[in-house]
Design a protein around this ligand. Sequence first.
Ligand SMILES: *Cc1c(COP(=O)(O)O)cnc(C)c1O
Length: 401
Amino acid sequence: MQRGINTRGVHGGEKVEPITKALKTPIYASNTFSYPNMEKFFEAASNAYGINPEEITYFYSRTANPTSTALELKLATIIGCKGTLATSSGMAAITFIILANYKSGTKILASDSVYRSTNQFTTETLPKMGIACDYLDFRDLGALEKQLNKDTYSVVHFESPANPTMRCYDIKAICDLVHEYNSETKVTFDNTFASPVCQRPLELGVDFEVHSSSKFINGHGDALGGVIACNDTEILSEFRRQFGETLGQTPSPLNSYLILRGLKTLGLRVNQQSKNALKIAKYLEEHQKVNRVYYPGLSSHPQYEVARKQMNPFGGMLSFELENAEKVRDFLADRLRIILLAMDLGDIQSLIEWPYIMTHYDLEYNLKITTGITESLLRLSVGIEDVEDLISDFEQGLKHI
Ligand SMILES: *Cc1c(COP(=O)(O)O)cnc(C)c1O
């Protein structure tokens, strides 16, 4: 039987350090490693791309580092997969996995509603390399089927719930469809918004699950990181050699240590954040100055049935609309006392932002409209504070607008 998320968070991937008996994983702040002779060097170099600690030896920290290996193992335990690669940021994980799976002569297919920098990568960076990307509203499975019929795609990339509209997509149905059309096509999925606590996309057919560890996984907003997770350790090891080492997206041992530490409370945090988010979503839904609330755990959410199939609990992210942009500006004008105006998410402290003006300011206007990023939409990342305090912060903030 698989152990619970909190047990895996506390114990996964870490052992008492064999020489000093230290209980916690040390920060191995060393670029390189030394050997008594050439035989030992060759042994180390030939096992440098392993995924599991038993099969890995170290020779240079851009390729692998023991603190990061402990993090990779804890992440694999928590995500429930055979192996992971830790990266220096979420964007490092996303760009890495798309490039690693891309095959020349094919195209990339992406959901029209993805993280802003992911969209920037596929619309600006990839075309410069001659790599074309098509975009689609993944809610429409019929349209997806038509598109898969039209072209050959080596990578299909999406996320659910999507940022910042909380649109949800049927992960299993999409994976089945993609693999039915072409068993070679790899589905890469950004699970940052849900976190491994709420959603297990690898079990639904995704080939590679990625996260920004800067968000819920670390949870304390003090270290950037990312992770690539999958069930094929051979391909992961090959990717480490061919892409990790050459793209140099490796995390620093200090960041790996911080994320390793943050991960121990992932279950506690996300369960609390989900409870808080549901209460706040219900409160906002009843509030007369709030036009709409988008939270996958509300029965009013347009994809509630899809969300219910693949999420439990429903996570710490929600968005909502006020009457118009003027009201939003007024609401954000120094009215909130606990909830801070900032662009991050997944932190233990509650953060609010205005996607139209902040995170998505330079997104093409038409794309803003089709993906539901209206002028009056606000995104809230719910923290672990006492929910009564968060609700009273909203109460006093909304009173005067
Ligand atoms: C933050 C975020 C990223 C990028 O992660 P970084 O660690 O900031 O590079 C990617 N996807 C989603 C959904 C995110 O929220």
